[in-house]
Design a protein around this ligand. Structure first.
Ligand code: SF4
Length: 336
């Protein structure tokens, strides 16, 4: 385990331990895990939806003259959900996507999710301007900012702190793994310590909520690593986690590896087993954003085919947790 950083955890009190078995799931919306939708409901008093926008244009690995290779899984859109709207203004993206979500879910409150590439890899003044545009729109409760752990310069922290004093702010860190050998395989260009440093910096200097993106289904990943990952998170001042299975998209370094037979994605059941194991050890106080990757550009997905199925992996995880009498934190103990 690399350099575990112990910090006080904020938030509601955890289950006392696995001996105190949870039997009522109504406070999790009858899920077997603590979904982010319920976290937002607790925080805002009603459902809140994320509106994805695509504004940042690059990242340290992609900038011209970068000597860093690309993350092996990253397609040219840098994880943008609505890449075709990139040419629209931020305001237009917000209006279009907010209205779509509003109609589909009868939603009334929203967070603007700066999703693609690395959103703190710009000038602070540009970022501030984007925040102003986002927060001036109707029914916007706050901001979710996606970035890398090695892209949080000190000059950006006062803006995050100031914004979080008037609105809700979450910074989502694409950490992907708490093991350096996996980060090396993924070609992230940062190590685990950078992740700890980023979490500490955000916690101590801004007070924003912190979310962590993780990938499972990495080569030679062990059950022990999955359990340790949950235990590491339990000791960090984070509020949520988002899970992805490593999948192969066209025009990525991983696609070449796949075609050369050097990488094989995990089967659905194997992935389900990993997620269930992880959730068992994860504190019940940490909200879960997503249980598996969703390929937003299906035509770019090479493998595994099950990543195209938006709901089935999540439903199977929940069904199997129920069958096995497992819930998030059923193996968690606050004194571990
Ligand atoms: S995953 Fe993020 S940091 Fe990595 S190459 Fe893509 S946009 Fe850049």
């Amino acid at each position: 385990m690399a350099g575990l950083l112990l910090l006080d955890k904020t938030g509601p009190s955890a289950l006392a331990g696995k001996e105190e078995m949870k039997t009522d799931f109504s406070d999790w919306g009858n899920h077997r895990y603590f979904p982010i939708s319920q976290f937002y409901k607790n925080r805002f008093g009603e459902k809140v939806y994320k509106v994805s926008v695509s504004v940042a244009e690059t990242c340290p690995n992609r900038q011209p003259n970068s000597r860093m290779p690309l993350c092996i899984f990253c397609d040219e859109w840098g994880s943008a959900a609505y890449h075709l709207e990139r040419d629209k203004s931020l305001r237009d993206q917000i209006i279009i996507n907010r209205d779509k979500i509003s109609k589909r879910y009868r939603a009334k409150k929203f967070l603007i999710y700066f999703q693609s590439y690395t959103n703190t890899f710009d000038r602070v003044s540009d970022l501030e301007q984007r925040f102003d545009v986002a927060l001036s729109e109707e029914n916007i409760e706050g901001i979710v900012l996606g970035t890398r752990p090695d892209c949080l310069p000190s000059r950006i922290l006062p803006l995050l702190k100031k914004t979080h004093e008037s609105h809700y702010v979450t910074v989502e860190l694409g950490l992907q793994s708490f093991f350096d050998h996996h980060l090396t395989f993924l070609q992230r260009g940062h190590d685990v310590q950078r992740g700890y440093d980023a979490i500490k910096k955000l916690h101590e200097h801004t007070g924003v909520d912190i979310g962590i993106h993780l990938m499972f289904g990495l080569p030679d990943e062990t059950d022990e690593e999955i359990i340790q990952t949950a235990q590491i998170l339990n000791e960090l001042p984070i509020s949520n986690v988002k899970l992805h299975n490593l999948h192969v998209l066209t025009n990525t370094p991983l696609a070449e590896m796949y075609q050369q037979g050097k990488f094989q994605p995990v089967e659905l059941q194997e992935y389900i087993d990993k997620v269930i194991l992880f959730l068992q050890y994860l504190s019940p106080d940490i909200a879960v954003q997503r249980l598996a990757a969703v390929a937003s550009r299906w035509d770019e997905l090479i493998a595994p085919a099950w990543t195209k199925e938006k709901m089935r992996p999540t439903q199977m995880i929940e069904d199997q947790m129920q069958e096995q009498g497992i819930f998030q934190g059923s193996e968690f103990s606050s004194d571990k």
